[in-house]
Design a protein around this ligand. Structure first.
Ligand code: HSE
Length: 392
């Protein structure tokens, strides 16, 4: 029998426990022996549930039990999730997590601790909910230089933008619904202001380039300032607005930004709606590949956590061992250098817009530039327009 512990019986932890129970027979067949949740760490008790006899309130019970091979950290937040994860790795226990804040902030240290102690630290559920993206990035692109990643990485904001676009719902109503469905973070600021997306694109960049960018240095613009007038005007012209986390490699140096982008109908990301996430990864020999699936919610995220648990129990303690190091000066380009085309809404004549931004495509009351402008270049003209957005 394989014994594991779950830290935190919230949306993801409970989803994981329920999944391991629901698929018990199939899991035993595939792993070759039963997988037993020996402990659940939580501040609460869960009387009358199947988990009431497993609940402990003291992490040291788990840490000191040599029968526990693996710990699933589904607590959220930086502390004590990081501290418990590090202690478990140092005690020779594998750790899997859905916690993007911990991976984006402490990933280098935790992966190093895993390697030093002959165990795995796996975090498939930290990006893209149920979509397998972490393991494919590590294993299936091994022969490619990854030159670009663009992703709709937050289910809550994609749900909100989709409801606003297709049903004309208010921002507040759509956000409440996303929270009720268990998509949103405890504090939805991390979702709507792009912080969650930023952590996720940093993790993907870390795996793709070997350098984990400092999320605090990445220019991050959320969706709270997206204007309904632009969403409607763009929709009429065949465009959708999506919150994207983007990484482009300039030679060998990554450059990142998080912001709402205008996506044309010819981009697969324009058609990723509702709670779904979509991630395009461009390899220098493979070209563009797309990953698509449910990006938030109990079941999809639990699926990714459980897959990590079972892959490690099946393939061995050291089976997942990616590596990256945290950004040092010069390792990552400033977001100010990120260049993309621009959408501007204005009553100015086309010729006047072109005098500032070069040739543009006319959308009727708004324009899209033909050339790419860096953040620094566009900022010189930004206040001349009623609104502006970046274009994928
Ligand atoms: N709040 C996150 C989202 C949860 O909406 O995508 C999944 O990471």
């Amino acid at each position: 029998m394989k014994n594991i512990a779950i830290l935190g019986l919230g949306v993801v932890g409970k989803g994981t426990a329920d999944l391991l129970e629901a698929n018990k027979a199939l899991i035993e067949r595939r792993i070759g022996e039963p997988v037993n949740i020996k402990y659940i760490l939580d501040l609460r008790d869960f009387p009358g549930t199947p988990y009431e006899n497993k609940v402990v309130h003291d992490f040291s019970v788990i840490l000191n039990d040599s029968e526990v091979e693996l710990v699933a950290e589904t607590m959220g937040g930086a502390h004590p999730a990081f501290d418990y994860s590090l202690a478990a790795l140092k005690a020779g226990k594998c750790v899997v997590t859905s916690n993007k804040e911990v991976v984006a902030t402490f990933g280098e240290e935790l992966l190093a601790a895993a390697r030093e102690n002959g165990v795995s630290y796996a975090f498939e559920a930290s990006v893209g909910g149920g979509i397998p993206i972490i393991r494919p990035l590590v294993t299936d692109f091994i022969a490619n230089k990854i030159v670009e990643i663009s992703g709709i990485l937050n289910g809550t904001t994609n749900y909100i933008l989709t409801e606003m676009k297709t049903k004309g719902k208010s921002y507040a109503d759509a956000l409440s619904e996303a929270q009720a469905k268990g998509y949103a973070e405890k504090d939805p600021t991390a979702d709507v202001e792009g912080i969650d997306t930023c952590r996720k694109i940093c993790i993907l960049t870390g795996l793709a380039s070997g350098i984990l960018p400092d999320a605090k240095k990445v220019k991050t613009v959320g969706i709270s300032a997206v204007d309904g007038t632009d969403v409607k005007l763009l929709e009429k012209n065949g465009y959708a607005v999506k919150l994207l986390g983007r990484m482009k490699l300039c030679d060998t140096v990554p450059c990142l930004i998080v912001a709402p982008f205008v996506c044309g109908n010819n981009s697969p990301l324009a058609h990723v709606d509702d709670v779904f996430n979509g991630i395009t990864v461009c390899g220098n020999t493979l070209g563009q590949t797309m990953f698509y699936g449910r990006g938030a919610g109990a079941d999809p995220t639990a699926s990714a956590v459980a897959n990590d648990i079972l892959s490690i129990l099946k393939d061995g303690k050291t089976s997942f061992a990616p590596a990256f190091v945290s950004e040092k000066d010069g390792d990552v380009l400033s977001s100010e250098l990120f260049a993309c085309r621009r959408y501007v809404r204005t009553s100015m004549a086309k010729a006047d817009v072109e005098a500032l931004l070069g040739a543009v495509c006319d959308l009727g009351g708004a324009y899209i530039t033909e050339k790419e402008l860096s953040e620094a270049e566009f900022d010189k003209f930004a206040d001349k327009f009623d609104s502006s957005l970046r274009v994928l």
